[in-house]
Design a protein around this ligand. Sequence first.
Ligand SMILES: [Zn+2]
Length: 276
Amino acid sequence: MEPFLLQHQSYLTIESWVKQFPNLIAGITTKNGGCSKGSFGNLNLGYHVGDAIGDVCANRTKLAELLQIPLNRWVGAEQTHDVSIKKITKADCGRGSDSYDHSFKGTDGFYTSESDILLTLCFADCVPLFFIAPDKHMIGTAHAGWKGTVHKIGRHMIEAWGKEGINAQQIFVTIGPSICGKCYIVDDYVINFVQNTLEDNDKKPYNLISDGQYSLDLRELNKQILLKAGVPDQNILMTDFCTSCDHKEFFSHRRDQGQTGRMLSFIGWKERANRL
Ligand SMILES: [Zn+2]
């Protein structure tokens, strides 16, 4: 079953998680309901893509109102397709929320156990990973393009949480809207890295489609990496939404040939007081 539900024209939520945990906010935005123009039309949330900064700020402010968590409680990352993951506390709140310059440098993942913090990352085809260990009030998110995937950012998150006393069986993961296997065509260079992550008996997440050209299912590869890191199969949800196929809902770096906006993944615990 599809884990993401369109809650509003501007965002989808991870339905079963937010139903189960009323304080949780978790999902990803669409491209709709904002004020950006042209190829950033119209809910671009990325500062670094050449859009008018004032429009991006207005879009972020609007989303903050929709999600009912102010911008000065968000954190954002530079995102360099690496595997560095930062633990976030209240002292970090606001960093990267109002400008790209202040975002966490060289960072592609966040986690926290504290409330009233919104962990955010930008996407347009790469795979958003969402993590939760409800027993420990821990949440996280990671950005897995092909580089982050083959360098196993998913496993890095599980290992970071291991050091916090959380074992992989306690962790639930949702793999979010991203480019599908049919739309994502790569060459031998990328496939060599993918092969290095696989063992002989593993199901191959790619198919040869012509000489030196392969279709690659990055979501499936992330799932395999998470399973090998010890996350139980029944704890992993995976979307069918493709950012490239679904041009009405999502930005796609590949489909839009690099000139496009960014969706925002988000996960956070609201303050308990907000429930009352
Ligand atoms: Zn597709």
